[in-house]
Design a protein around this ligand. Structure first.
Ligand SMILES: NC(=O)c1ccc[n+]([C@@H]2O[C@H](COP(=O)([O-])OP(=O)(O)OC[C@H]3O[C@@H](n4cnc5c(N)ncnc54)[C@H](O)[C@@H]3O)[C@@H](O)[C@H]2O)c1
Ligand SMILES: [Zn+2]
Length: 374
């Protein structure tokens, strides 16, 4: 046998700036034109965001003499996050004569970011990606961390790639046009970041809730910045989710099960809120988390108008348990839970792992307490 070893020593510095400023979108075309001088732009957006923010950017880029596609737009919503739409985006880029010297610019919510990011990861074996998130969820969560991908009939986000953006531009002013329920849904991830890593952030939300809900620009910019810091720090320590990154899944083991049980009618953040409430209770039942802390979490979620009870969603507890076992993060059919030990800190097992095993009996009790049918 002949053996040749393929030496590949890579030390890649994947760090990138995340800029946050009210009004930043006005400056974005000039910034992009200067930073990516000579490259071709492909702007990707959805049917809601194209007319609001992406088309004006294309006009401005053209005015600055840049080579750019028209906005490559697809129907808004999770149903578009699939392989067919990815192919359509790629076809439009080839038709425009784009090659390796391309910058893909994602202007939109998490759906746009995940799809355009996956296109950028694979087009011509990978091109530069700029994230311009326009939903709160995308600003505080999906635009940072480099996970990209699409849904397939077998599940959400099952085909994708890690591909970090070269820059993230966040203009909190665009939240003015975002539907309120979408904003509140994004707040669930903000609360999550407080619970998993930053007690001060959690208190900041408690103390400034009215201003946050009424769209106070400076408070929201500060909130987004703290969230980006947390997500970026966790991802920097564990990009490939070997251990620490699992803390970002707090609320998501139960949350994903609820999402599936609701037939994807509940928004992601609503499911995560309920998931955090159930998982907080599980942590109490396991003696990790204090009842008073769990109550504090529930109270904040309630004040935000997020669900902490299954309510009208009449689901048998057995169904929810079964769904948690099918979770993508499950190992050998056993779901892994990331559980808090205090507001601002997550628990680890004896081996230092953040992914914890929870007995079905305990998960059942916590789910029934939140209204799952016995
Ligand atoms: N890559 C990651 O790490 C990661 C993390 C979390 C979530 N996600 C993914 O993100 C997606 C959810 O993201 P989302 O909640 O942003 O959903 P979304 O992209 O569907 O946006 C929600 C809705 O708001 C609209 N919208 C967005 N910005 C707007 C604005 N400024 N004004 C008016 N309307 C606006 C969109 O058109 C859409 O109708 C899911 O597919 C999820 O899997 C990815
Ligand atoms: Zn989430």
């Amino acid at each position: 046998m002949l053996e040749v070893s393929g030496h590949l020593r890579r030390e890649v510095d994947n760090s990138y700036p995340i800029l946050i400023r009210p009004g930043l979108l006005d400056e974005a075309p000039a910034m992009l034109a200067e930073r990516f001088n000579g490259l071709g732009f492909a702007l990707v957006s959805d049917s809601n965001v194209t007319g609001l923010y992406a088309s004006p950017m294309v006009e401005r880029l053209r005015g600055l003499g840049c080579r750019t596609t028209d906005v490559i737009s697809f129907p808004a919503g999770e149903q578009s996050k699939n392989r067919r739409v990815k192919e359509t985006i790629e076809d439009r880029m080839f038709e425009a004569g784009l090659g390796r010297d391309t910058v893909v610019v994602a202007v939109g919510g998490g759906v746009v970011g995940d799809l355009a990011g996956f296109v950028a990861a694979s087009f011509a074996r990978g091109v530069r990606l700029v994230q311009i998130p326009t939903s709160l969820l995308a600003m505080v969560d999906s635009s940072i961390g480099g996970k990209t991908g699409v849904d397939v009939p077998w599940g959400k986000n099952l085909v994708g790639a890690f591909h970090q953006p070269v820059i993230v531009l966040i203009d909190p002013r665009v939240l003015a046009t975002l539907a309120e329920e979408q904003f509140i849904s994004g707040m669930a991830e903000v609360v999550k970041h407080g619970v998993i890593r930053d007690h001060n952030l959690f208190s900041f939300i408690e103390d400034n809730l009215e201003q946050i809900k009424s769209g106070g620009e400076n408070v929201i910019a500060e909130l987004i910045a703290s969230n980006c810091r947390i997500k970026a720090a966790v991802v920097a320590e564990d990009e490939r989710e070997e251990n620490l990154r699992q803390i970002l899944n707090f609320g998501h083991t139960v949350g994903h099960a609820v999402e599936a049980a609701s037939g994807y009618k509940w928004l992601h953040g609503q499911c995560v809120a309920l998931g955090m409430s159930v998982e907080g209770d599980i942590a109490c039942r396991m003696g990790l988390f204090k009842a008073g802390e769990a109550a504090r979490l529930d109270q904040l979620l309630r004040r935000l108008g997020l669900p902490v009870e299954l309510g009208s969603l009449q689901v048998p507890v057995g169904k929810l348990i079964e769904l948690t076992c099918q979770d993508k993060k499950a190992r050998g059919g056993r779901p892994k839970y990331a559980l808090p030990c205090a507001i601002g800190q997550m628990a680890t097992g004896r081996d230092g792992a953040y992914g914890l095993d929870v007995e079905d009996r305990v998960a059942r009790q916590a789910l029934v307490a939140k209204g799952a049918l016995e």
